[in-house]
Design a binder for this molecule. Structure first.
Ligand code: DC
Length: 212
């Protein structure tokens, strides 16, 4: 079974996806981590981040695998601290907009989904990566609510106002990609989580899954 979740940054996709994966005993797949993994490795290897061909050349050499502990890139488990630092945060969106990078990541994601039951989250999971998913969910929330959540996560050095600006810019890029842009799949269940706790969202989604 595949449960696919899309939505903008900071909306609570990861919290929901992890909770569902735990409840249902499925593997948790965060597709954003794959784009972050490419970005992290490019930074670590001193690749010129303004040169798409150089990033693509590097990405073609990387091997991705997923364990219950997290994402391994070329055999190395990358920590969430490494994958979520401000430098990765700054570069991941333009890098994820490169069409060849999307193809490399998607090839790896579909390979994992072929033999594994999972809860997968991202921006184009319900539309491009796993259009066959049994359950599709689109999570939404206001910009203010999302900025406040990111601020309280404590992984960034930025102020609340700076985070809000970054998220607004991220939304623009996510919705305007040449391929894999963020959009609501026609058959997706839509939840606005601005005024809901994660437990309330989880309860609503679980009741839909149980009916299936
Ligand atoms: O969900 P996140 O913030 O960790 O995602 C990191 C970046 O990757 C973000 O700019 C959106 C992009 N992304 C994407 O383009 N497609 C996905 N399926 C997942 C993430």
């Amino acid at each position: 079974m595949i449960i696919a979740i899309d939505g903008p940054a900071g909306v609570g996709k990861s919290t929901l996806a992890k909770a569902l994966a735990e409840k249902l005993g499925l593997l948790y797949l965060n597709s954003g981590l794959f784009y972050r993994g490419v970005t992290y490795m490019a930074l670590k290897n001193g690749v010129n981040l303004e040169s798409p061909p150089a990033i693509i050349r590097l990405a073609e050499t990387l091997e991705f695998s997923l364990s219950r502990e997290g994402l391994l890139v070329s055999g190395r488990l990358l920590s969430s601290k490494e994958l979520q630092n401000d430098e990765v945060e700054q570069w991941v969106s333009p890098i994820s907009s490169l069409v060849p990078i999307r193809h490399i990541v998607n090839k790896n994601l579909t390979k994992i989904g072929r033999n594994t039951d999972l809860v997968a989250e991202g921006r184009d999971i319900t539309t491009v990566v796993f259009p066959q998913a049994e359950v599709k969910i689109y999570l939404d929330a206001s910009l203010d609510a999302r900025a406040a959540r990111r601020f309280h996560q404590g992984t960034s050095q930025k102020t609340l106002a700076e985070l809000k600006k970054t998220l607004a810019e991220r939304d623009e890029m996510d919705k305007n990609k040449a391929e894999g842009r963020l959009q609501i799949a026609p058959e997706a269940l839509y939840f606005d989580t601005s005024d809901l706790t994660i437990d309330e969202v989880c309860e609503k989604v679980m009741s839909v899954i149980e009916k299936k």
